[in-house]
Design a protein around this ligand. Structure first.
Ligand SMILES: [Zn+2]
Length: 283
C-alpha cells in the first residue's frame, strides 16, 4: 500500500501566490443562487439534485476534512480520488492486478484510469439514487478537467488555499503512529498577517499519550521535497483553476486559521447555513 500513497501523494500538493481575505471572495452568481438554495432546502431547483462540487487543494491544506464535512452537511457523497484507487485495488479481478502493477512501480495512475474509476463511481451513485457529490482530489490536470466536462456537470470548484509558509510547516509537522496508523500534526503555526491582514494560528493535532512514543515521520516530508511538490502541483493545477475561472465556477477560499474558524467562514462564503440551523430548517 505504500506504493499507492506514494503515487497518490505525487499527484498532489498546493501552493498559492495571491492572498485574498476569505470575506472578500466573490462567489460566482450562479453558484450563489445554487448555494442559497442548498442552504434553504438542500436541493437544487430544477431536477431535484443537490450539489455537484469539486475541491482543489493539496494534502496539508485540509481538503479532505472540509470536503467530508460539507458532504455530510449537504447529504451527498464525498468522493476522494485516493479512496477510488484504494477501493479498485482491493476489488478482485484483472483490472486491480493491472492497477497494482502501475502503483507498485511507483508510476502515476493515468488520467484515463482515474476518469474510468470516477465515471463508474458516479454511475453507481446515480443508480443508487444519490443526488449529487463532492469530489476531492479531482480534477487534478487540465486533461481530467476537460474529460470531466463530458462525463458530468460541475456546478462549483472550491479552491482551498493556505499560505505557503503555513503549508510547509504543516507538511513538516505530519506524524503517524506506527502502531495504530492514526495521523497527527505536531506543528503549531502562528504567523503574522500579511499586508495588514489578520494573523494566522493553526493549532497542532497532538497524539494521545499511548501514541506519543510511536510517532514516525514520512521520509519524503522534508522541506525540499515539500516545496518541490508544491511547485509540481501548482504547475499542474494552475491551468485547471483557469479553466473553471473562465467558466465562472471557481471559488477561491483562503484558509484563515484553524478548522472551527475556517469552517464557519467557508460556509459563509458558500452561503450555507450552519449545521444546527440546517437541521432545524429540515426538521
Ligand atoms: Zn497510536
Amino acid at each position: 500500500m505504500a506504493g499507492v500513497s506514494r503515487a497518490i501523494r505525487a499527484c498532489a500538493a498546493t501552493s498559492q501566490r495571491t492572498l485574498v481575505a476569505a470575506s472578500a471572495v466573490a462567489l460566482p452568481k450562479e453558484a450563489r443562487v445554487k448555494a442559497a438554495t442548498v442552504g434553504r432546502r438542500g436541493r437544487g431547483p430544477e431536477d431535484g439534485r443537490r450539489v455537484q462540487w469539486a475541491f482543489l487543494g493539496c494534502p496539508g491544506v485540509g481538503k479532505g476534512t472540509y470536503a467530508s464535512r460539507l458532504s455530510q452537511l449537504l447529504g451527498v457523497p464525498h468522493i476522494a480520488t485516493g479512496d477510488l484507487v484504494r477501493d479498485a485495488l482491493a476489488s478482485p479481478g484483472p483490472f486491480s492486478k493491472k492497477l497494482a502493477e502501475i502503483v507498485n512501480q511507483g508510476k502515476l495512475v493515468s488520467d484515463e484510469i482515474i476518469i474510468n474509476l470516477l465515471s463508474r463511481r458516479l454511475e453507481e451513485g446515480e443508480e443508487k439514487g444519490e443526488l449529487g457529490f463532492i469530489l476531492d482530489g479531482f480534477p487534478r490536470t487540465m486533461r481530467q478537467a476537460e474529460i470531466l466536462e463530458g462525463v458530468t456537470n460541475i456546478d462549483l470548484v472550491i479552491n482551498l488555499k493556505l499560505r505557503e509558509e503555513a503549508l510547509v510547516a504543516r507538511c513538516l509537522g505530519r506524524r503517524m503512529c506506527s502502531q495504530c496508523g492514526e495521523n497527527f500534526n505536531v506543528a503549531s503555526i502562528d504567523i503574522e498577517g500579511e499586508n495588514g491582514g489578520a494573523p494566522m494560528y493553526l493549532p497542532p493535532l497532538l497524539p494521545p499519550p499511548q501514541c506519543e512514543s510511536k510517532l514516525i515521520t514520512r521520509a519524503d516530508d522534508t522541506e525540499e521535497v515539500v516545496k518541490n511538490r508544491l511547485r509540481v502541483y501548482h504547475d499542474l493545477t494552475e491551468p485547471v483553476e483557469g479553466f473553471y475561472k473562465a467558466r465562472q465556477k471557481l471559488l477561491e477560499f483562503n484558509i484563515p486559521g484553524g478548522i472551527p474558524e475556517s469552517w464557519r467562514k467557508l460556509l459563509e462564503a458558500l452561503n450555507i447555513e450552519d449545521s444546527d440551523n440546517m437541521r432545524s430548517a429540515v426538521a
